[in-house]
Design a protein around this ligand. Structure first.
Ligand code: PMP
Length: 299
């Protein structure tokens, strides 16, 4: 199937307070965000007209910018409203929403104090590409690249530049026939995939890496709350890769990936089982609830 480039589509993009035609949403080539990756973004999903955990995503966006040293010139309420406006303009109720903030053209240099901060929000139809196969599971290959030490990169920010190692790793994994990469932490513990956090079921308990050099994902926190509501014990720890031999089930959790089983990591094979299935269905049910209900049920 030929790819439809993202700049050649119908619809509207929210651009600094206005809705503009999709094809007009362009930046100049001498934008600081392009040269120095001074950009932060979000990935959100709307289900039946409600953007799941929108406030948490907006707060993370603003905080991601602060970590990179800039303030996004819109309030959280304005950003929340804009996300709904752009969905409505594109006639979408189930969508992936992508806000992005970046430094502008005032300076092309490492120092960027005078640059203006821009914000745009796009959205498009992006159903979970795994669909029914989410329970069958994906395959991961351990990457050579590792998540950087938190003093080497601003790892708590959803910063564009941090995805460079993800792209490199994922290309290697895809070339070897795997779905995605497993990123280890800088010191060799299990980390995450290139776009989602990971969980392992060991003897009925759920183990998940401590998110100290990668995002503490909104879906991760939701899954922890859902597991606790089911009485499943959660153990957050630094997990050595050898512990994969102890795991009966492994799954990923992220806004785009939702809850997706992992059936293989390198030479380790797993059979998606009851814990994955239960949490996958609990997550599916939660995202369809009204935002007030979501707030009551999950942290
Ligand atoms: N890690 C990475 C690298 C990601 O890109 C994402 C997706 N934002 C996550 C984890 C999961 O975060 P969330 O559940 O907030 O989408």
């Amino acid at each position: 199937m030929p790819l439809i480039p993202f700049d050649d589509r119908d619809g509207f993009i929210w651009w600094e307070g206005k809705l503009i035609p999709w094809r007009d949403a362009k930046i100049h080539v001498l934008s600081h965000g392009l040269h120095y990756a001074s950009a932060v973004f979000e990935g959100e999903r709307a289900y039946a007209g409600n953007i799941f955990k929108l406030q948490a995503h907006t707060e993370r966006l603003i905080n991601s910018g602060k970590i990179l040293g800039f303030d996004i010139p819109f309030t959280a309420d304005e950003i929340n409203k804009a996300c709904y406006e752009v969905m409505a303009a594109n006639n979408l109720t189930d969508a992936y929403i992508r806000p992005i903030a970046w430094r502008g053209t005032e300076q092309i240099a490492v120092s960027a104090q005078q640059t203006k901060i821009h914000l745009a929000i796009a959205c498009w139809n992006w159903p979970n590409f795994l669909g029914a196969d989410r329970l069958k599971g994906v395959t991961l290959q351990t990457a050579h690249w590792r998540r950087p030490h938190p003093q080497t990169a601003p790892t708590a920010s959803k910063a564009a530049g941090l995805y460079m190692i993800g792209t490199l790793s994922k290309h290697t994994a895809e070339a070897a026939g795997f779905t995605d990469s497993l990123m280890l932490t800088w010191d060799g513990f299990l980390g995450e995939s290139t776009g989602a956090n990971m969980f392992m079921a060991i003897d009925g308990k759920l183990h998940t890496p401590v998110p100290d050099c990668f995002l503490d994902g909104i879906t991760r926190r939701t899954v922890i709350a859902l597991a606790k509501a089911r009485g499943i014990e959660i153990i957050e720890r630094h997990i050595p890769p050898e512990d994969l031999t102890l795991a009966q089930e492994v799954f990923l959790a992220g806004t785009a990936a939702e809850v997706t089983a992992v059936r293989q990591i390198d030479d380790h094979h797993f059979t998606p089982g009851q814990i994955t299935e239960t949490l996958l269905h609990d997550y599916e049910a939660l995202v369809l609830m009204a935002p007030e209900e979501v707030a009551k049920r999950a942290a």
